[in-house]
Design a protein around this ligand. Sequence first.
Ligand code: 48F
Length: 279
Amino acid sequence: MGDRSQEEAFVHASSLMGLSESAVSQAILDNYYDKFRRALRSDVIIAGAGPSGLVAAWRLAQHGLRVVVLEKRLSPGGGIWGGSMGMNDVVVEEEAFSVLAEAGVRQYHRGGLFVSDAAELACALCIKALHAGTILLTLMTAEDICVHEGRVTGVVANRSILSERLPVDPLALRTRAVIDATGHEASLVRHLHRRGLLEVPEGAIPGEGVMDVIEGERFVVDRVSEVFPGLWVTGMGVCALFGGPRMGPIFGGMVLSGVKVAEQVALALEDKSQEAGDG
Ligand code: 48F
């Protein structure tokens, strides 16, 4: 027993040998800037780490694409954390079960519906996206979009909070496809529209309509699309852009919207690679 605790003490001491305050700082800077450097050129940038953005990131990274997620808040998960009126449970429909099961999220049967713990859902989707290879940069706002020759070519990113308070210039990240997964804000779509680059039927982005769970859940999946060359919209951004209904604390549509946008983007990038190869 004595030998054992001596051995443990030795292992502990040697594992601390490289430890100093500056070594801690150095390790973090090395790792973070390695991530940031890799994020400068990617296949897909997803603005927003809510349920639809995280599912899209997971699927696209699983497909072998270089995926970057920019999240303006400190923690990824978007509206999942709030659950319903702050109660950390959400309803998920059966159509999304296979995706949730793959992520290890459990469902509980309640009065004919299925409920999942909001924290479990947020954590599981994050882990799936990260373990598939997604680069996640938090406290990073997608502040604007780059367009060259009529196509989206990148995202202008800035530090959240800092950029809101001080005149700090952003950096641009180059990519082949951008997904606006910023939820109710539909931020990137609005940037394009503000500049007259995105036409919408009524001339103005309508925002979400009144709550309708059934129609909203259908709408948010059906209307996922490439809204400008190189820019896709998913999740609640779809409803904000096309005037679809809001639907409250039900998340199957968000998950399936993320799956669908990932399929569309993967296909479009494959086609573009083939064109480039053929050319
Ligand atoms: O709002 P959010 O969860 O969007 P979603 O994936 O899911 C909507 C549901 O959560 C819920 C609902 C279900 O019925 O209605 O609201 O469509 O996640 C959007 C994420 O984008 C971040 C924001 O902080 C949130 O985490 N975000 C918003 N604007 C930006 C951004 C921006 N400009 N740059 C980076 N992140």
